[in-house]
Write a protein that binds this ligand. Structure first.
Ligand SMILES: [Zn+2]
Length: 96
């Protein structure tokens, strides 16, 4: 049986993902989830960058041409991102 000590309140827990006493994340899975939530919250609280403001403006432009151009550029970026992810996956597979 795995036992984990809560760093927050020093309570020993068994296989729980979260501390039964104070609710602190204990398992690697729960810690990952907590970190993701914090990053998402930081992302949401962040000021939009100039690029994002520009993107938003282009996306909602009254000119059809600007909106089309935005979608083309956005698709290209998505495509490049997908290739990057694929190459990273290939590398991971080759090493694994
Ligand atoms: Zn605790």
């Amino acid at each position: 049986m795995i036992e984990r000590k809560c760093l927050q309140c020093q309570t020993w827990n068994e296989a729980e993902d979260y501390c039964k006493n104070c609710g602190e994340a204990l398992s690697p899975k729960a810690l990952d989830k907590k970190r993701e939530e914090r990053l998402a919250a930081e992302e949401a609280a962040r000021e939009p960058t100039k690029l994002e403001i520009y993107q938003e403006r282009a996306k909602n432009s009254k000119y059809l041409l600007v909106r089309i151009a935005y979608h083309i550029v956005y698709s290209i970026f998505l495509f490049i991102g997908a290739i990057g992810a694929f190459l990273a996956w290939l590398t991971a597979m080759a090493n694994g």
